[in-house]
Design a protein around this ligand. Structure first.
Ligand code: FAD
Length: 356
């Protein structure tokens, strides 16, 4: 993980300039991109997750949804996929697995937006569609372990380079079990799978393969929670697990890969100098505008009297925010409302020819 430069200090000449920056590619952020596209405003999009859909994909992808207009039923993952496809016509630039950390207003009224991975944008408008917050990996709470993050300790993903020593895979779901099995199957030695209890949430065939690898000594199993670490300076060399009968079981680890799931955090948002109420962004419902000029919000993160955290409400808010941004970007200009069913201009933007 790279450090984020302090706000306002990153080189502005290296900035990506854009008319709109959308923070969050959940269902509302994806529809925000589409609504902006209809108004000829192209967007860059940043999301902490490595894929589109926000809560729909991360939390309940397989579940059916019944309250999307004109779609009697679809799964949450299908909805996210369709929204992603619908927005694609406007060729948004996506920046996955990155997190917006700072928004700093500039003297020329643009907004400097900086991310954890070092991206630096100069945006004329910003759309906060951050939902319940940035989905970030849950981490192991062990004193001193954070110093090895990105070099020997990894969360929710494996580094591209193959392991050269002992690997400790931590977690109880399919990602952890699959990773441990893959490493053992590929012939790597010194692989240990660890979980707090001897119950794993993975398909039966995968579990059977994991147990067989354990039985034949190709994979070690360690049940318990890590409580301490051993450092052979300058490297991490092992994690210690408290034994039920007392004492510590040490597991060698030149690399730790932990798959503990993700959880949402709104903490970056609280630093942006925007009026909040109960951890949500207060908006003007007529325009989607927040208290910071040029910054708009929609979806679960938006707050106003009577707000409902429903996808359909977020879609409406995204539409209003797009029109709010159009009026902000081109003040005093009159833009007649156009229909996608009949406007030659919109059909050209959508790349679907003339009205029938
Ligand atoms: C189990 C469950 C079932 C549900 N069922 C329904 C239903 O049937 N019908 C319905 O209408 N609603 C349902 N909902 C609610 C619905 O999922 C939410 O209203 C919807 O996901 C909100 O969309 P959003 O785009 O505003 O936010 P989210 O879906 O939360 O997406 C926000 C995205 O922003 C990203 N993000 C946040 N901050 C940052 C940052 N600083 N930098 C980078 N990225 C960031 C996050 O990683 C995330 O991907 C359900 C919710 C749950 C949990």
């Amino acid at each position: 993980m790279q450090p984020t430069p302090a706000p306002g200090t990153a080189g502005l000449e290296a900035a990506i300039t854009t008319d709109a920056l959308v923070i969050g590619a959940g269902p509302v952020g994806l529809f925000q991109v589409f609504q902006l596209g209809l108004l000829n405003i192209q967007a860059h999009v940043v999301d902490a997750l490595p894929f589109p859909g926000g809560q729909c994909t991360q939390l309940y992808g397989d579940k059916p949804i019944y309250d999307i207009p004109a779609i009697p039923v679809c799964t949450a993952a299908e909805l996210a996929q369709q929204l992603h496809t619908q927005a694609a016509v406007f060729q948004p630039h996506y920046h996955w697995a990155d997190c917006v950390q700072h928004i700093t207003p500039q003297p020329d009224s643009r907004l400097q937006v900086q991310t954890r991975n070092g991206l630096n944008f100069l945006a004329r408008t910003v759309f906060i569609t951050a939902g319940a917050g940035a989905f970030v990996p849950r981490t192991l709470k062990l004193d001193g372990l954070a110093a090895f993050e990105g070099t020997q300790v990894f969360y929710q993903s494996a580094p591209d380079t193959p392991p050269s020593g002992a690997v400790l895979v931590i977690g109880g779901d399919v990602d952890a079990v699959q990773r441990a099995v893959d490493l053992a199957r590929a012939g790597h030695t010194g692989i240990t799978l660890s979980h707090r209890r001897d119950q794993f949430d993975a398909p039966a065939a995968l579990l059977a393969e994991m147990r067989a690898l354990v039985a034949t000594g190709h994979l070690a199993l360690c049940i318990g929670l890590p409580t301490e670490l051993r450092i052979e300076a300058p490297s991490l060399s092992a994690l210690g697990f408290a034994r039920a009968q007392g004492g510590t079981q040490w597991v060698n680890a030149t690399r730790v890969e932990a798959y503990l799931g993700v959880s949402p955090t709104l903490s970056p948002l609280t630093q942006w100098g925007i009026d909040l109420e109960r951890k949500a962004v207060r908006i003007d419902t007529a325009t989607g505008a927040t208290s910071l000029p040029g910054v708009f919000a929609a979806g679960d993160v938006a707050s106003y009297p009577g707000k409902k955290k429903l996808i359909v409400c977020g879609f409406h808010e995204a539409c209003m925010a797009a029109y709010g941004a159009q009026a902000y970007l081109w003040p005093g200009q009159n833009f007649p409302l156009q229909y996608t069913s009949s406007s030659t201009h919109l059909l050209q933007l959508l790349g679907v020819g003339s009205p029938r």
